[in-house]
Design a binder for this molecule. Sequence first.
Ligand SMILES: [Zn+2]
Length: 447
Amino acid sequence: MIVSPLWLKDPLAILADGAERGVVVQDGRIVELVPAGHEPATAGAQTFDAGNHVVIPGLINTHHHFYQTLTRATPASLDKILFGWLTSLYPIWARLTPEAVDSAATVAMAELLLSGCTTTTDHHYVFPTGLEDAIDIEVAAAKRLGIRAVLTRGSMNLSQRDGGLPPDSVVQDEDTILAQSAALIDRHHDPAEGALIQIALAPCSPFSVTTSLMRATADLAAYRNVRLHTHLAETEDETEFCLARFGCRPLDYLEQVGWLHDRTWLAHGVHFDAGEIARMARAGVTVTHCPCSNQILASGHCPVCDMEAAGMRVGLGVDGSASNNASNLMQEVRAAFLLQRLRYGVEKVSHKDALRWATEGSAACIGRPKLGRIAPGMAADLALFRVDELRFAGARDKLAALVLAGAHRADRVMVGGRWVVEDGAIPGLDLPALLHRQEAASSALHR
Ligand SMILES: [Zn+2]
């Protein structure tokens, strides 16, 4: 961390009002915005020349499954909608090993960092025998890379034997899940405002866990003051499943199991009606929009502007790399911009809206008010993009160009005042060795 003050001076553009001459960071936080015509008031600041950079708040990824980077473009999963896609992949994921999870998590977080992401979540819910330490492996990888992480302890206890989708070998029983979840919170959850590692609880979905486990998980999360996450209203098939199995729609079920409150953030939220959106807004439930995954699986599109108009907060997520295939959050910003603009029109959706979803909106999803904005007192989590490459040549509004022309790689990234990406690379990461490792792990899974 940079302890003495550092002035990121005279950026080409910056996503903050009154910071035309840059920002000063110190002790892991933003301490000052420097307006046009001014010098920093902070004494003794070192200078970083940001004259070639567009500066935005670090992007926050609020839905992912790191392990799926091992099953990108898997032939058996191509051209399928969600349920068929899942059943084609579960037998492959059942072969996951600790080494494979370590490689996949490192790949996913490295790709995210290089796309300008400073905080990520992950949702790991596949626990075959021998993989009980999957989240500990992810914690270690996040610490090595220096990314902020909210790692969710996923779960499944409804297998094919009980009418669920996953095979028996990747599910656990309720007592084991709850005991391991509590122990994981003990080991890793940091409740502090500036925490680098937090834990949340995340049953996979209504069609892969029991009602009892949904309720018990909500109770444990309330008792330990951690957040709750799950997939909900992703596809029409899920609505049909809930109607057939529970006699109600997905959101009614969520309310019945004690999840309709401001501790809960949901992935996807594609198939909610207006009344359900109003209920979620009143309850403080937040939603992660995953535009690439929703398009690849043809699940539909999340009604983001209707949700915001109702008072909900909406964040962005790349979702797992078996559905999105990429783990690039800046590309996800562009995908959200394009998809939502097509739905709502040019007057309702600007490049700044899409960037807001990936920053302030995502921060609300994970309950982190000190992340997602460039302002005094906020965490010094910043992404700096160069625009001196072919795709930006001729662009006038440099900030708009990041989204409109498709920025995909940050030049510098700072997390809590520490540079974790420099000159487009992650210091200390042997990228060729990582790619070799990932290819070996992926080949072994597909044997
Ligand atoms: Zn997902």
